[in-house]
Design a protein around this ligand. Structure first.
Ligand code: GLU
Length: 360
């Protein structure tokens, strides 16, 4: 080693010693890093296929440690612990798993040594779990859901960078107080407004009505939006003593819809029905009559829409006041179902439930 090199190395060590903030991330003592717990539930992010170019794969085949091993640098931005909550493709997500997940998050976030949570999740029902958590988590600390569209074994797998970015958001103090977030493909979405829009594209999640909460770039984040609805610490919903959620069905409307589907839902024990209506939450006359029959039997009927964007307004083409229906406002059918199920945990009038759809 030449004298010049020796001098430069000595100088670098002195700079780091004098000002630890300027040291490279790897040189930070690990106790100074924020702590994140990754709760794995399954999905494509943990999926594996026999080859890198195969469309078919098995969801939830990869453990959390293997996922982390594929993300260089992730341990330089956070101390990470992992727990497996479930290992399912998110088409098999249930209220039971959501309740287990939410309760575990509430325990972890009440601890001083946990700064944020990342939930790995399949994308199919990610918006439902994100919205559920948005309503029942009791902490301001960041909770970030992340997934991928390509399995971990695919060419250009999107999971590793998504996971890196999700941890980057979970440790960011600016993420606090914005409700539960979803990070996919460099975008940060709020739980209320995002929806899956493509069956296969990596840019599948959009927030069509309200736009993004922010963007992320290799662990650096830019937040420019705070969702205006009540969530987490401002939410009245408490699942502490709850082990079962009420049955709420979603019925999809189409030209010439068969009204007996609504009757069947009521007969099979639904406590609530969400109508994925045409246009502004509409349905044919025969189905309107069936929905009125359901209301008379004590079922709460919420009109949402099968249309990808726009809100469903009260008393527009349907007289909600007269028929005692609820309009979903901006919630799509799958999120209206989550809110309605939580609303039905205690007795509430139709107008009280309507109000929940305006504020959550
Ligand atoms: N059906 C899978 C799931 O939701 C695939 C979608 C994904 O994870 O991207 O878990």
């Amino acid at each position: 080693m030449t004298r010049k090199w020796r001098f430069e190395i000595l100088l670098l060590l002195l700079v780091i010693f004098e000002n630890p903030d300027r040291a490279p991330a790897q040189a930070n003592p690990s106790k100074k890093l924020p702590s994140v717990v990754i709760l794995a539930t399954g999905g494509t992010i943990a999926g594996a296929a026999p080859t890198g170019t195969q469309a078919s794969y098995t969801s939830g085949a990869v453990t959390i440690d293997a996922m982390l091993a594929a993300v260089p640098g992730i341990k330089d931005i956070a101390n990470i612990k992992g727990e497996q909550i479930s290992n399912v493709g998110s088409q098999d997500m249930t209220f039971e798993i959501m309740l287990t997940l939410a309760k575990r998050i509430n325990v972890l976030l009440s601890q001083n040594d946990v700064d944020g949570i990342v939930v790995t999740h399949g994308t199919d029902t990610m918006e439902e779990t994100a919205f559920f958590l948005n309503l029942v988590v009791k902490s301001e600390k960041p909770v970030v859901l992340v997934g991928s569209m390509r399995p971990s074994t695919a060419l250009s797998a999107d999971g590793p960078l998504n996971l890196f970015n999700a941890v980057g958001v979970a440790v960011d103090p600016n993420a606090k107080g914005r409700g539960v977030l979803v990070v996919m493909n460099d975008w940060i979405h709020g739980a209320h407004s995002l929806t899956k829009t493509s069956t296969t594209a990596v840019q599948t999640f959009m927030s069509p009505l309200r736009g993004l909460v922010g963007i992320c770039n290799y662990g650096k984040n830019d937040f420019f939006n705070t969702p205006p609805w009540k969530h987490t610490t401002g939410s009245e919903f408490d699942i502490a003593g709850i082990s079962r959620m009420p049955r709420v069905d979603i019925l999809y409307v189409y030209a010439d819809m068969s009204p007996d589907l609504i009757d069947a839902s009521t007969a099979n024990g639904a406590k609530g029905i969400v109508i994925a209506g045409v246009g502004n939450g509409n349905m044919n006359k025969a189905s309107l009559e069936a929905a009125e029959r359901a209301v008379k039997k004590g079922v709460v009927v919420v009109r949402s829409s099968r249309v990808a964007t726009g809100s469903v307004g009260r008393n527009v083409e349907v007289n909600d006041d007269e028929m005692n229906f609820v309009a979903s406002d901006e919630l799509n059918p799958q999120k209206a179902r989550i809110l309605l199920a939580l609303a039905l945990l205690k007795p509430r009038s139709t107008s009280e439930i309507q109000n929940l759809f305006y504020i959550y």
